[in-house]
Design a binder for this molecule. Structure first.
Ligand code: GAL
Length: 611
């Protein structure tokens, strides 16, 4: 059955006559109505907060600058708690006033209050609309209606091509080498992982694999990788995939520099040419070299860096490109262009990839790329993990360094419960065992992630076929916001401090796959509260009952990230951990069933690598 048709139909979510649009002053402006109690979620890979109502967003692609607006992925899509989503389908910078501003002709203006005498006067009176605008003559607006917020997200993902199903190895452990590592060092490091009993599925090579970088040559360094084919063969024997870092800015030392030059923009980045990937000529030249020099030799994927850019590094907005695409449009969509181009190359080889990219935008759920960032705030990382699922984005809160063994474990625990588990030692040269006092704990955490592979792969299959994000904010769980309305939950600010507004802005716990609730801890914490959705919940590790729809306080040891499982859940785990690419059937599983409720589940499997 067409998965879109499996979602129950819904009426158009608001009166179309209350939508208005206008082209004025060179801008297209649109107004979408809002009801007083609606909450809004989404608007890209956000590192702060959850409910987007009551703020202004100037959405543009950038290397995350700690605000709400310049983002790695400024996806102009929001979901309303009233059961619909709105996509402003524009490749331009977009301003969104999310429940800000009142028009004088509004049919629902709030009451005017006297600040002198009325304690309920507000500096920001409730607004009854979302208003958005872009430069240019027009913008497509797509409205997704569905019975629940989760179904809205599913509709959006399915409309965009469904979710990605990564190769199985992509869900294993990734380790990035220090920038100037040589082939011998990489092989020695891989063998050290094995000697110490740490899983390893992907090694990332950083800029030093190129003969020149910033701008890039895309050719193997003759001093550090004198025989790349031999190196790749040795990695393959060990079941390890190789992922190559690059930025797409082309050095005069690249073999295809002259050929691609006519199809590049007016401005350079780090004195490298900027290919205009809107032109098939640029795509063909770029991908031909990549196929010949990397993919045919056995490379499994890429990390496309610097495609978000700081203003002072990237091309300016007034840059000119031969396809006629403006500098602004190029910036908003460059990451999408690269992902589509590279996905098509891998598909044409009947090969899946799982890769990395530092920017993204709308309609990317089918692209096999996860976002990463240079910023390193652990809480912000978890908030981004939680927000990613609203907009069809994948994100890795990668681990690089830590001030203490405790921080190292806590960060390792949270990256192990994310879309892509990566240690990025490009600068710090850290290894999973860098803090000897917690080496065993770190190994246990990574092993648990790998053992959960059948469960996680099935979660991605649900993403691929049904559009259900593998990681979801709690507000997308049907029994989450209802739970506080259950009979024994009296709302008050002393006994139950999690009033609705707080419950609906929770950024430090999330759903991982169908049945697991993850509640990470941060350095210095020995206890935390966890908000349970309605229904019975159990401790993942002990199977003990923990609660039903209430707020619990837990004091986990440093060994464990708190994980909770819903009643009746069936969790499949691998019995043995080995490199994922070398796993062969039959694969022994341990099946855990939580609670007492008889139930059934789907366990998805396939060869894990072909398209
Ligand atoms: C940064 C990137 C890092 C690392 C570094 C290498 O831009 O975010 O992950 O790859 O470049 O120069």
């Amino acid at each position: 059955m067409d998965p879109l048709k499996a979602i129950a139909p819904s009426d158009f979510p608001f009166d179309p006559s209350t939508v208005c649009g206008l082209v004025y002053g060179g801008r297209t402006i649109v107004r979408i109505p809002l009801k007083p109690d609606e909450k809004l979620y989404g608007l890209g890979l956000q590192f702060q907060g959850l409910n987007r109502r009551g703020k202004v967003y100037h959405l543009r692609t950038d290397h995350y600058s700690r605000g709400n607006e310049r983002l790695h992925a400024p996806t102009p899509f929001y979901i309303s708690s009233a059961g619909y989503g709105v996509l402003f389908n524009s490749p331009r910078y977009i301003d969104i006033y999310a429940g800000i501003g009142n028009r004088k002709d509004s049919p629902n203006l709030p009451k005017i209050r006297d600040r002198n005498t009325d304690r309920n006067w507000q500096a920001q009176p409730l607004s009854d609309s979302v208003e958005a605008s872009v430069y240019g003559n027009g913008m497509e607006i797509i409205v997704f209606a569905a019975p629940s917020m989760l179904d809205v997200v599913r509709r959006f993902n399915l409309y965009c091509g469904g979710g990605v199903l990564p190769p199985k190895w992509g869900l294993g452990f990734w380790h990035r080498m220090r920038s100037l590592a040589s082939d011998k060092e990489v092989i020695a490091e891989a063998d050290e992982f094995k000697r110490r009993g740490f899983p390893l599925d992907v090694i990332g090579l950083e800029p030093g694999w190129h003969s020149k970088s910033y701008p890039c040559s895309f050719e193997w360094s003759p001093s550090r990788f004198p025989n790349p084919q031999d190196f790749l063969n040795k990695m393959k024997e060990r079941g390890i995939q190789i992922n190559l870092w690059e930025n797409p800015y082309i050095s005069p030392n690249a073999s295809f520099y002259k050929a691609i030059k006519p199809y590049t923009g007016s401005h350079m980045v780090w004195l490298g040419l900027v290919p205009d990937f809107m032109m098939s000529q640029a795509r063909d030249i770029f991908t031909k070299q990549h196929k010949e020099c990397h993919l045919n030799m056995g490379v499994s994927g890429y990390k496309f860096d610097e495609v978000d850019g700081y203003d002072r590094w990237l091309w300016p907005d007034h840059a000119v490109f031969p396809s006629g695409t403006s500098g602004e449009q190029m910036r908003q969509t460059y990451a999408l262009q690269i992902q589509k181009m590279m996905m098509d190359v891998f598909r044409s080889r009947n090969q899946r990839t799982y890769s990395l990219i530092r920017a993204n935008n709308a309609a990317s759920s089918a692209y096999p790329f996860a976002i990463y960032t240079d910023h390193y705030d652990h809480r912000g990382f978890i908030t981004a993990v939680v927000n990613s699922g609203f907009c069809g984005l994948l994100y890795t809160p990668e681990i690089r360094s830590a001030q203490s063994g405790e921080e190292w474990v806590r960060r390792m625990q949270s990256v192990c419960f994310s879309h892509l588990v990566q240690l990025n030692g490009w600068f710090s040269n850290t290894k999973p065992w860098s803090f000897p006092e917690v080496e065993d704990r770190v190994r246990d955490t990574i092993n648990l992630r790998i053992r959960l592979l059948p469960y996680i792969y099935t979660a991605f299959a649900h993403y691929h076929f049904e559009g259900i994000p593998p990681i979801r904010s709690m507000v997308l769980e049907p029994d989450y916001t209802d739970s506080e309305r259950s009979e024994n939950q009296k709302l008050d600010d002393v006994d139950n401090p999690y009033a609705e507004a707080i419950r609906e802005d929770v950024t430090d716990q999330y759903m991982f796959g169908k049945s697991l609730l993850v509640a990470p801890l941060f350095v210095g914490e020995t206890a935390r509260t966890v908000i349970l959705p309605h229904g019975k919940w159990y401790d993942f590790y002990t199977g003990d009952y923990v609660g039903n729809g209430e707020v619990i306080t837990v004091q986990p040891s440093l060994d464990r990230i708190p994980l909770y499982v819903r009643e009746g859940a069936i969790i499949p785990l691998l019995k043995e951990v080995e490199p994922i690419a070398l796993m062969r059937c039959p694969i022994a599983l341990e099946i855990r069933h939580y609670g007492a409720l008889p139930s059934q589940t789907v366990l998805y499997d396939d060869d894990g690598e072909n398209v």
